[in-house]
Write a protein that binds this ligand. Structure first.
Ligand code: AMP
Length: 281
């Protein structure tokens, strides 16, 4: 695997590859890799001749300094994992390389970010859009791979690509889960044994909510029930549970057509998210 920390040599390397007709797949990450990330790499590998992964903990998407400081960083292990799945290129730039001056650009995604992650993490998606734009301009991939785990992020990136005419095809890869159903996440590394057991409550809640909606109960009722269920576990706090359509995140009271349940909450000091697509066909 070729490893770059600077933009210019990465660009020169990729330009050479593109000149001889190689397609480039791109997987942006914040590192502390797990099998969810590796699934994106495998998917890229399947569709492209060259796969580029970036590892960069982007400060502008964190609205909480403690969360940024405690975000896990495991670069040595990450490199081994990327090599094990045949990733071709790793880009791991410094903050100075990505933000040589303080960023003053602000993105506003309107209704797409007025609920859920956008509401509870003000400025988060502006930071995501800024770094994704920079990375797309640096790598200029044919295809880019994102996880359904961050579904709202995927929709934001889709909007960014559509509006700014980035010449890239986006792929949304299904959520990879641990055996008990917990969505894989870099943040799971921060859970102690007890918290790890309780963290399953969010996936459990999605399944419970789906069942209750199928029984014909309203989302307002289900939300209250799930809140009580979550908060019956020590250290667990529900931040939101929403039922929305999958196009514009319009909130729903019942499942009429294609919809998604999205959940976020804390186990101790660790913030986790998960979601479940409903009526996929
Ligand atoms: P992150 O490093 O958390 O920023 O994630 C990098 C990419 O991996 C994002 O597109 C995530 O949606 C995706 N991802 C994270 N966790 C999972 C998972 N459990 N399954 C599939 N994709 C994931």
């Amino acid at each position: 695997m070729d490893i770059f920390s600077q933009i210019a040599p990465l660009r020169a390397f990729l330009e050479q590859k593109k000149l001889i007709g190689k397609s480039v797949g791109f997987v942006p990450t914040m590192g502390a890799l797990h099998d969810g990330h590796l699934t994106l790499i495998r998917e890229s590998h399947r569709e492209n001749e060259i796969t580029v992964c970036s590892i960069y903990v982007n400060p502008t998407q964190f609205n909480n300094a403690d969360d940024l400081a405690s975000y896990p960083r495991t670069i040595v292990r990450d490199i081994e994992m990327l090599e094990s799945v045949g990733c071709n290129v790793l880009f791991c730039p410094s903050n100075e390389e990505v933000y040589p001056e303080k960023s003053i650009i602000m993105f506003d995604f309107g209704t797409l970010e007025q609920i859920m992650e956008g509401k509870f993490r003000p400025g988060h998606f502006s930071g995501v859009a800024t770094v994704v734009s920079k990375l797309f301009n640096i790598v200029q991939p044919s295809r880019a791979y994102f996880g359904q785990k961050d579904f709202q992020q995927f929709k934001i990136v889709e909007c960014l690509v559509r509006e700014l005419k980035f010449n890239v095809q986006l792929r949304c890869v299904p959520i990879q889960r641990e055996k008990d159903g917990l969505a894989m996440s870099s943040r799971n590394m921060r859970l102690d044994e007890e918290q790890r057991k309780n963290a399953i409550v969010f996936y459990e809640s999605l399944q419970m909510a789906k069942g209750r909606l199928e029984e014909g109960l309203s989302m307002s009722f289900v939300r209250e029930e799930i809140k009580k269920h979550c908060e019956s576990k020590p250290g667990v706090k529900l931040e939101y549970l929403e039922l929305t359509d999958t196009l514009n995140f319009v909130q729903r009271e019942s499942v009429t057509s294609k919809a998604i349940l999205l959940i976020a909450g804390y186990v101790g000091g660790v913030r986790l998210i998960d979601n479940l697509l409903l009526n996929e066909n």
